[in-house]
Every structure is written in structure tokens, then in C-alpha cells.
Design a protein around this ligand. Structure first.
Ligand SMILES: Nc1ncnc2c1ncn2[C@@H]1O[C@H](COP(=O)(O)OP(=O)(O)OP(=O)(O)O)[C@@H](O)[C@H]1O
Ligand SMILES: [Mg+2]
Length: 236
């Protein structure tokens, strides 16, 4: 469903991605792991049309995304939940969630139904529906960011470091939600994570990025056993 071939991305003279190849199939969770500065977010931003690649292809169902505007890519159902959440602090939880549907033409009834669906997944948000986004805890803000993303009716959902800065118990909650979304919506999910153990545990396949190169890829359950991966990413 998403196919990336020979992707090269530069910031000025500096090359952030080198010949990246990647494939994401329907109904699979694919994780991307790698250290700070490896190019994980750059890859997501390039898919979203925020960075223009110097060369290479990005195909969604065989159609090129390269050169399209971000809002058109969003309309096609590619939804990116960036790192650092980027929720609207002054807006209420309800308003934040509604913003996720901005590019769709929904009737008030449809909006309400979709809202009910996401609030069933996140009961904590329902309890805080009128609270300002900026007053939520870090974990609640992450849930809000995911809830807002779901309102965009994703056909491909990309999450950038959803576990960042969260306590382990909240990380578990967020990962449970990711599993639920995949089971209920049958959409592919790209998960960018520094928490390599969680990423490998939840995903079917994983790509390892190092300094802009894909240095390893394969089934997550194989990579989790690899000595190289253990040494570099799983703390021994
Ligand atoms: N807008 C930009 N202009 C110039 N260089 C950039 C820009 N964005 C990212 N870079 C550089 O590209 C490289 C990859 O950055 P990127 O944000 O993709 O890494 P990352 O893997 O997401 O790291 P992290 O885990 O810290 O979020 C880094 O060296 C970074 O400094
Ligand atoms: Mg990043």
C-alpha cells in the first residue's frame, strides 16, 4: 500500500536520508527505530510532503505522493501524529478532536458518531472533554493527539515517538490503543520509536535507520533476537 524506493532527502548540503527503500502492507504495524538524528522524523515529513526528496519515489496504492501538498496527502488519508504532540493548548479536548476532521465534510451527526468512537477508545478524554488541551497530563495529551489523528479517517496512520516522555504504565496504555486501532480499523500503522523494545514487540516488521541509511530490516520477532540489535538498541 505504501512503497518507498531510493529516497534521498537533503537539508541544504546535508543529506538526511540515503537511498531509503521501504514497504508497508495493508493491516500491518511497521516500526522504524533509530537513534536521535537518524532521520526518522525526516522520513515521516517527506511522506507528508513537508520535505521534498531530491530523488526517489513514494507511492500510495501505486500513485506518487511526491510533489503533492501536505493537505492533499492528508485528504488521501495519510495522517501523521508528529513528535511533541502539537495539540492546541487553548482549545478544549472536544475542539481539539474536532479539528482532526477539518478536511472532511461530515454532517453534525457523523461528527458525533466518530467522536463517540474515539471517546470509547479514550474514556479519559471523555471525562475531560471540556478541559483545555494544555492542562492535560503528558500521557493524556498523547492520547488526544491520537484521537485527533483518528478523526481524519486515516488509511495510513504514522505516529512519531508516541511513548516519548511518558511513564511506563502510560506507555503500555498508548501501545494497547495502537493495537486496538489496528484490530478495529484494519489500517496500516507506521510507528517511529526510540523505545525499541516496545516498537519491536508491537510491530510485525521493523526498519532500522542509522545516519539516514536503512541498516537492517525484517520481521520484528527476528530482529528482537539479533545480537546486533540487542547490543545497539535493547541495552545488551
Ligand atoms: N529542517 C531541518 N534543517 C536542517 N537539518 C535538519 C532539519 N530537520 C532535521 N535536520 C537534520 O536531519 C537529521 C535527521 O533529523 P530527524 O529529525 O529526522 O531525526 P530523528 O531520527 O527523528 O531524531 P529524533 O529521535 O531525535 O527525533 C538530523 O541531523 C537533523 O539535525
Ligand atoms: Mg524525530
Amino acid at each position: 500500500m505504501l512503497e518507498i524506493k531510493g529516497l534521498n532527502v537533503f537539508y541544504g548540503e546535508v543529506q538526511a536520508l540515503h537511498d531509503v527503500d521501504m514497504f508497508v502492507g495493508q493491516d500491518e504495524i511497521v516500526s522504524i527505530i533509530g537513534a536521535n538524528g537518524a532521520g526518522k522524523s525526516s522520513l515521516m515529513k517527506t511522506i507528508m510532503g513537508e520535505n521534498r526528496p531530491k530523488s526517489g519515489e513514494i507511492l500510495l496504492h501505486g500513485e506518487s505522493l511526491v510533489g503533492k501538498h501536505t493537505h492533499n496527502i492528508v485528504k488521501e488519508g495519510v495522517i501523521y501524529i508528529p513528535e511533541g504532540r502539537k495539540i492546541f493548548y487553548e482549545l478544549s479536548v472536544k475542539e481539539n478532536i474536532e479539528m482532526g476532521a477539518y478536511s472532511r465534510k461530515l454532517t453534525p451527526k457523523q461528527l458525533q458518531e466518530e467522536m463517540d468512537y474515539v471517546l470509547d477508545i479514550f474514556p479519559r478524554l471523555r471525562e475531560r472533554i471540556n478541559q483545555a488541551g494544555g492542562t492535560l497530563s503528558g500521557g493524556e495529551q498523547q492520547m488526544l493527539a491520537i484521537a485527533r489523528g483518528l478523526m481524519g479517517n486515516p488509511k495510513l496512520l504514522m505516529m512519531d515517538e508516541p511513548s516519548l516522555g511518558l511513564a511506563p504504565i502510560i506507555v503500555d496504555e498508548v501501545f494497547d490503543v495502537i493495537r486496538t486501532i489496528r484490530e478495529q480499523k484494519h489500517i496500516p500503522i507506521i510507528l517511529v520509536e526510540q523505545n525499541a523494545y516496545m516498537a519491536l514487540s508491537i510491530s510485525q516488521r521493523t526498519y532500522v535507520l542509522e545516519l539516514g541509511y536503512v541498516t537492517a530490516s525484517g520481521k520484528s520477532m527476528d530482529l528482537i533476537e539479533s545480537e546486533e540489535i540487542k547490543k545497539s538498541y535493547l541495552g545488551g
